[in-house]
Design a protein around this ligand. Sequence first.
Ligand code: BG6
Ligand code: MG
Length: 216
Amino acid sequence: MIRGLLFDLDGVIVDTAKYHFIAWQRMAFALGIHFGHEENEQLKGISRVESLERILAWGKVSLTPEEKQHWMDQKNTWYLECISQMGPEEILPGVANFLGEARAQGLQIALGSASKNAVPILERIGLLSAFDAIVDGTVVTASKPNPEVFLEGARRLGLSPDACCVFEDAEAGVEAALAGGMRCIGIGHPDVLGRAHRVIQSFNEIPDPTSALLAL
Ligand code: BG6
Ligand code: MG
């Protein structure tokens, strides 16, 4: 019986992948490294520091710890510029309704995101109060596919992992949910998220949370 829902943020609640892409590409260009949509896809769900390490490895570029910190800060400044105009209109289709229904049906709701920008983003789109617990990149250190972020979310909801369902758009996030012993609904393409228990294109496909969970 599922009693708690754990939501990834980027790509599930809001489409911020396009903004991460703009900011990482700008950095990669400055460092003479190729960075396209294929590379961006591989960074979904991956922490900021791990993302930087992967980009540097792809470009065979080595930096000192100070230079790495500089570029992470610079990337985040560009990212924050991109999201500064964001508002509720950027909430992905069906999400606000689904969150409202889930709460009305008595389900517990937590965020499980690698992002250190999660709280300001939720504030900006007006969804902070929709969550009973927030676990983000300021709380956990291990990057998905490590299940830490979701295990901590379940713990904060006072639920065991098998009473939780994770919503994820990234392959690494689906792996994290499964590694944590949770059910998982993928948001996106079955080619990427095929290991999830179910894959949907948008929350509009599952307007009623309880019946969607019963079918898992
Ligand atoms: C994840 C994104 O949610 O958060 C990644 O999918 C991102 O692309 C990661 O790198 C960390 O985000 P931030 O906002 O802390 O740089
Ligand atoms: Mg995501």
